[in-house]
Design a protein around this ligand. Sequence first.
Ligand SMILES: Cc1cc2nc3c(=O)[nH]c(=O)nc-3n(C[C@H](O)[C@H](O)[C@H](O)COP(=O)(O)OP(=O)(O)OC[C@H]3O[C@@H](n4cnc5c(N)ncnc54)[C@H](O)[C@@H]3O)c2cc1C
Length: 396
Amino acid sequence: MLERGEVANSWRRERWDSLRLLTPNWLSRLPGHHYEGPDPDGYMTMGEVTEFIEHFARDSRAPVRTGVNVTSVRRIDDGYQMMTSHGEIRCRAVVIASGACNLPSVPQFKAAVPASIEQLTPFDYRDPTKLPDGGVLVVGASATGVQLAAELQRSGRPVTLSVGEHLRLPRTYHGRDVLWWMDASGVWDQRYDEVDDLTRARRLPSPQLVGTPERATLDLNALALTGVELVGRWAAVRDGRALFSGGLRNKLSLADLKMRRLLDTFDEWARTHGLGAEVDPGERFAPTRVPDSNRLQLDLRSGEIRAIVWATGFRPDYGWLDVPVIDEKGQLRHEGGVVDSPGLYALGLPVLRRRKSTFIYGIEDDAREVIDHLTRYLAADPQSAALCSSTTRTLL
Ligand SMILES: Cc1cc2nc3c(=O)[nH]c(=O)nc-3n(C[C@H](O)[C@H](O)[C@H](O)COP(=O)(O)OP(=O)(O)OC[C@H]3O[C@@H](n4cnc5c(N)ncnc54)[C@H](O)[C@@H]3O)c2cc1C
């Protein structure tokens, strides 16, 4: 197992200081490795996640070689040739477990933003003190965007939040963590080959959730109450002005509708599984309030905005993969983790084999099936040896 940094590298290097997992401790599990502390319903800090993964690597005796950067992988007759910062490796099979979020994904019109405005991505952002005083425009209202908007607003800066498509969720539903419902009701177990529109499912934004000791809901109503100004999706920059879509109302009502449908699914599941008393009557949440007037443009030269935080998602980096298996959107072409090149596999990507694949605990079931395929592939040639590329938590 080759890792360019240290075990749990992404959690050490690519996250902001206040981040906690949005999955509760009892759910943030790895095979044979569970949270054993006093707060199963709490949410791990980055230090705790790093420690948790380090312990897993140690207890599972994972053969991790840290500080080894894979710079190229190419197909050779009997397998793959891998160039690394520590020399060449040849192997019959490769598991790509290099993550789905290696780089921030930022729209091209970033380049048209006036130079007087500081621009950050979640990879640069650590805490509010590093930003200049004054207004901040946070772009993107998924988990990262709502969390950073809340933190920046608390720091005393006026925050404007640009809202595109998003997934609204309450933190708790009928007294239980909403992710308990996702897990128990089987929603997260839905398989990739049962999902209607897999491409879309793989590109869904992360839910508007935050892990706090109070188990607080962090939806747009909660943000607006603290003074965050909501504007529509940022569409373009023209003559130094940010132009926002006029479709904010639609985006808000669509997210409300999807949340209601999901909660209905939970209720239905509860009734058919003897938990009807828990969900009757159904718990409902106020619709997202549409701002009285939402601005359609903002003059970026006026000094109102001093910093922009691009919370517009992440993308994988396959710059080192010299095998023609990347589509035009930069995503790996694979069928449930079996990549379209003999002996090449993937783990740790969104909805790889199930909806839960996106999350730490989703790896276990995926890995079992992917490794099963890999083992059968190698069994065709007993002389061969498998190698697992770059991962902190893959399970060979
Ligand atoms: C901001 C954020 C918050 C998240 N919050 C949660 C959460 O609350 N709960 C949850 O369950 N999931 C969460 N996730 C998802 C979670 O990060 C993934 O499920 C999990 O990290 C996937 O693990 P992985 O080992 O596959 O990928 P990663 O954690 O990305 O690890 C990939 C590793 O590969 C290494 N690597 C990459 N390229 C190379 C190379 N060329 N050579 C050598 N090594 C390489 C990297 O250094 C890295 O250590 C979050 C993700 C993000 C981005």
